[in-house]
Design a protein around this ligand. Structure first.
Ligand code: UN1
Length: 498
């Protein structure tokens, strides 16, 4: 503990301790003996300070021309490129996913930075003819004010970037509460933003729990927008808290994504997609493939190949370049996944095809490792078909037609991502049209979204908003419609126009 770094909150341009005087530990889920860092266990007082700083800084930041704000975004994104390897290593140590994937996570923040930097000169509004003579009309984008962000642990830098980059670019100021399991990655991100010369108070970070930091942030009267990524259960509470004061609220929540495999599919390709979609990030993605819906003609071949691939995965410490899948993020997440493995085993008709438990022995005992697990003969009424598991568990369900497959795909409360494997373009387009999700793939896994298209979902996954792409700008800006009458006389819309 003596040489473990103690990380502070970032409020009004200063690194400060929490007023509580308390801290919490951040440990490596691949080896629980390894203390990654010590962070501030903050409370409402710290949130109030951060919001006050952001409110004050907003007065000037909103007036900085958007292209200038974009230059700053460009500057710290250039820095991020240089720090990519170091930040990726640290991210694997704090949350366990394999190094190839943490490099992808940092890269996604880089992509978002460059994408949004370009938007600085492209915050387009529009003009349209007036119904009256000598009158001009246009719409412009305006910032919203202080934006509160509550971010998850599975994409510890990418998702903060999806929220912070458009918010800053639009002229808002930010208070971010990182997930308690991954504050280091957000610290790293904020540190380079600070070093790139962002004015004090424009970006603030307060670490701590959802109850002590998230709750006061989402109910603070000076916060204009809350952007939250996490479970549907918590998202509902965020939504209710924001509704009271009509606060803007962007929610990105659970998923129960499916891969549909038709009888004309390239089965080997579908298996590759399934392995990556189900076990990438140890299944801890909102977009993870936790249901395979497979045509009866190819289900035997698909199942055999998928099970063989899952059994061959190398599980271990994500810093080892040869490892395919790291641990669950912490003990409670592991226990929750193990519980679902038991729920699956207790289903009379479902068949455990591989995995089904915790990995133990040797180095595994120091971490929270779960086996890649596949259940066969799963049917739509089963809990493992319906509920988000967020771990290394997937299921296979048989269908006998495209129509039945689509119906099964839609048989869930969630609507984030889906994919179809088929060589028939007609089937691909029908599935794209008829499956209710915010993201859809053809001949690709349910994971792998890029930053310049909107990200998000329908049904209980979202609340009608999207992030990333231009949709991110929508969340963090407000339309203002402007009318300029240069006729020199009173002209009455709807009345003088005929
Ligand atoms: C998530 O699923 O939690 O689309 C985020 C992807 C990544 C982001 C995933 N770019 O797979």
């Amino acid at each position: 503990m003596a040489d473990t770094k103690v990380y502070k909150n970032f409020i009004n341009g200063e690194w400060v301790e929490s007023k509580t005087g308390e801290t919490f530990e951040n440990r490596n889920p691949a080896n629980i003996d390894e203390l990654v860092g010590i962070f501030q266990k903050s409370s409402e007082d710290d949130v109030n300070d951060a919001v006050a700083a952001a409110k004050e800084a907003y007065k000037k930041w909103r007036l900085v021309p958007a292209p200038k704000r974009a230059e700053l975004v460009m500057k710290f994104t250039d820095r991020l490129v240089k720090e990519k390897e170091e930040f990726s290593q640290q991210m694997t140590r704090e949350m366990g996913k394999v190094i190839k994937e943490t490099r992808g996570d940092v890269q996604e923040a880089i992509d978002m930075g460059y994408y949004m930097a370009g938007e600085g000169r492209r915050q387009f509004g529009f003009t349209t003819p007036s119904e009256l003579p000598n009158k001009f009309m246009m719409s412009v984008r305006q910032p919203k004010g202080v934006c509160g962000m509550i971010t998850p642990w599975n994409f510890p830098m990418a998702i903060p970037s999806w929220k912070m980059m458009p918010a800053l670019l639009c002229g808002n100021t930010v208070v971010i509460k990182p997930a308690t399991l991954t504050p280091l990655s957000v610290y790293n991100y904020i540190k380079i933003i600070e070093e790139s010369g962002i004015p004090a108070g424009v970006v603030n970070m307060v670490t701590g729990s959802g109850g002590s930091v998230g709750q006061p942030l989402m109910t603070h009267k000076d916060v204009s927008v809350i952007s939250f990524t996490g479970s549907t259960h918590v998202g509902r509470k965020v939504s209710q808290a924001c509704a009271t004061d009509f606060r803007g609220c962007h929610l990105e929540m659970g998923g129960k994504n499916c891969e549909l495999v038709m009888n004309d599919a390239d089965v080997d390709l579908a298996v590759e997609g399934a392995v990556w979609g189900a076990f990438g990030t140890t299944g801890q993605r909102c977009t993870a493939t936790s249901r395979m819906i497979v045509h009866k003609d190819v289900i035997k071949e698909f199942t055999e190949k998928l099970v063989a691939r899952a059994k061959a995965l190398k599980i271990g410490n994500g810093l080892d370049e040869s490892v395919d899948m790291g641990p669950a993020v912490n003990e409670s997440q592991m226990n929750s996944v193990l519980k679902y493995m038991e729920i699956g085993k207790n289903e009379d008709k479902a068949k455990l095809l591989c995995g089904g438990g915790r990995l133990t022995g040797g180095d595994y005992d120091k971490g929270f490792y779960t086996e890649p697990t596949i259940f066969g003969d799963v049917t739509p009424e089963m809990r493992i078909f319906q509920e988000e598991i967020f771990g290394s568990v997937t299921s296979i369900t048989e269908c006998s037609s495209l129509e039945e497959g689509i119906e099964m795909a839609n048989n869930t409360e969630y609507g984030l991502s889906a994919s179809i494997y088929t060589q028939d373009i007609n089937k691909g387009f029908k599935a794209m049209r008829d499956i209710y999700t915010g993201i859809f793939y053809i001949n690709a896994p349910t994971i792998g979204a890029e930053v310049h298209l909107p990200f998000g979902g329908v049904k209980n996954t979202g609340n009608g908003h999207r992030e990333a792409g231009v949709a991110g700008i929508e969340v963090f800006s407000e339309w203002k419609s402007v009318y300029i009458d240069y006729s020199g006389k009173i002209q009455k819309a709807q009345i003088d126009n005929n």
